[in-house]
Design a protein around this ligand. Structure first.
Ligand code: ASP
Length: 332
């Protein structure tokens, strides 16, 4: 039986209806979690309460806390499970994949669509499967949810009702949960390299989802006052940006000129992020925009935060954003 550290951060898993009948974090979350039937038979588990929040309240300081706890306990455990709300699970999984360099053991995030106190909960299966996967030959951050084992920094939440709440749009699942759990895709097996920790994240960035008619003026306002450290634009198609009516190319030039990097991702979930395909993307790159290539939004945003905490140098930001650190992007 493997030794697993279960880090608890909250989420629906341990929630209960409050006096208004809406789901909220409950006071006895830790007890609920520790008494999940079958968990103690699945592995030799230790538990740590990191926080007890709805994951919509997740913060980069908690990502850092999670990463530090894993780093401190790294040699003492075979794997790590993080019980987490589903809403921002893909962000946390992505952030941890960057913070934990050379990761050679499984870090498995899981949660549930229905609370553990509900008869029809999916939480028991998810938790037990997460603990099983945390003992397997895997050296990366993954999400175990429903019947899927997914690479964390390629995942995104796709449903707030389905028991398979996550998918990894452009990466094959790294495994599946049937009667047993199987790893059968492309994944990093366990290894003995020394773990490195880089757990700082710059949160002073803004993310704009573009739409036809967006006013460049409104974006320009964030350039004033030296508080914004980076801009993310969710462009069209492969990362296209208006260069005609209400062009945003000038905003990219201005931001780049004052040292605020502009990262462009795409509104397509199945993505390649080739900004050199159309003039509307090419002009943005010429103006200084950095393509997020095929990273998910969650991976691109958390990586941008991670990179900006390490450097503000535009050339370094671009180089790092387009370097593959943890399987988060395809270099072609
Ligand atoms: N709002 C909840 C959370 O993310 C949803 C869930 O856990 O499924 O914490």
């Amino acid at each position: 039986m493997g030794k697993i550290l279960v880090l608890f951060s909250g989420g629906t898993l341990s929630m209960a209806p409050n006096t208004d009948g809406v789901l909220a974090p409950s006071d006895n979350a830790e007890t609920i979690l520790k008494t999940v039937p079958g968990l103690r038979e699945a592995a030799d588990c230790d538990f740590e309460l990191v926080c007890n929040i709805d994951s919509s309240n997740m913060q980069p300081e908690i990502w850092a806390d999670l990463a530090q706890r894993i780093a401190r306990a790294y040699d003492r455990y075979d794997g790590f499970v993080i019980a987490h709300g589903t809403d921002t699970m893909a962000y946390t999984a992505s952030a941890l994949s960057f913070a934990l360099g050379n990761l050679g053991k499984p870090v498995v995030l899981t949660g549930s669509q229905k609370p553990l106190i509900s008869l029809a909960t999916d939480g028991i299966n998810n938790l037990i499967n997460a603990v099983r996967v945390a003992q397997m030959d895997l050296g990366e951050v993954c999400i175990v949810f429903g019947t899927r084992i997914l690479q964390g920094n390629r995942s995104t939440k796709e449903s707030d009702t389905k028991l398979n709440a996550f998918r990894s749009p452009i990466a094959f699942p790294i495994g599946e949960i049937e009667i047993d759990a199987y790893l059968r895709g492309q994944y990093t097996p366990r290894h003995e390299k020394k773990l490195t920790l880089q757990a700082a994240f710059e949160n002073r960035i803004v993310v704009f989802q573009l739409f036809p008619g967006m006013e460049p003026d409104l974006i320009e306002r964030v350039l004033v006052g030296n508080t914004c450290k980076g801009i993310v634009m969710l462009g069209f198609g492969p990362g296209n940006i208006p260069n005609g009516g209400r062009s945003l190319i000038g905003v990219i030039e201005q931001a780049t000129a004052v040292g605020i990097p502009v990262l462009v991702t795409t509104q397509c979930s199945l993505r390649r992020g080739d900004m050199r395909q159309y003039l509307v993307g090419f002009d943005a790159v010429t103006a200084g925009a950095i393509s997020a290539l095929d990273m998910t939004d969650e991976a691109a945003i958390t990586k941008f935060m991670w990179v900006l905490a390490q450097t503000q140098n535009p050339a370094d930001v671009k180089r790092m954003m387009q370097t593959n650190y943890a399987g988060e992007l395809t270099l072609s």
